[in-house]
Design a binder for this molecule. Structure first.
Ligand code: NI
Length: 187
């Protein structure tokens, strides 16, 4: 009996959903606000849940596979990640901590705050992370490969670190110059 109704209400649910979420502007390197250290979230309340929802919306729209609150100029320890092919496995980490890391891997990384730049960075190949979810419950997750790299990349943002800072001074200077030029051309 409910089945015929479902397709009709689907667009309504989608429009409701988008009304309560917002796309947030993303800071671009070398914006000094990307180097601020994010504070610990002491209570997972409606404001933090809204931030996490807006961040996931912003990440999917970009499109990206991870986003840290620092990148949207909110300096609290919240990150969202989805490395799945069909964009169906959203992970939200509040106050994430790396409790184990092992191995080493090297892969090309990019960042929504450093558009158009892809560089190889050395990271731990496996990590175990402990965090709170949007319900404020503690969980632990073992991650490898792309997910492990993404967690480390996003957690760096919370400490004010952008991935280009792993590169040589010369490369950093070149990237900075390129992005400053790009931003001038945009305005
Ligand atoms: Ni990034």
């Amino acid at each position: 009996m409910y089945m015929p109704i479902l397709p009709d209400i689907a667009p309504y649910i989608n429009s409701l959903k988008s009304r309560f979420m917002a796309l947030l502007p993303i800071l671009h390197y070398p914006d000094p606000r990307l180097h601020m250290r994010a504070s610990v979230v002491d209570r997972v309340d409606a404001d933090i849940r809204q931030l996490a929802a807006d961040m996931s919306e912003t990440m999917y729209a970009a499109p990206g596979i991870g986003l840290a609150a620092t990148q949207v100029n909110r300096h609290v320890r919240v990150i969202v990640i989805d490395v799945s092919e069909d964009r169906s496995q959203l992970l939200t980490f509040i106050n994430p901590e790396l409790i184990e890391k092992s191995g080493e891997c090297e892969g090309e990384e990019g960042c929504l705050s450093v558009p158009g730049i892809y560089e190889t960075v050395k990271r731990a190949a496996q990590v175990k992370v402990r965090a709170l979810n949007v319900e404020g419950e503690t969980f632990e997750l073992d991650a490898t490969d792309l997910l492990a790299v993404c967690i480390q990349h996003e957690m760096d943002h919370l400490d004010g670190k952008v991935f280009v800072e792993y590169l040589s001074r010369l490369k950093q200077t070149r990237i900075k110059a390129k992005l400053v030029k790009q931003s001038r051309e945009t305005f």
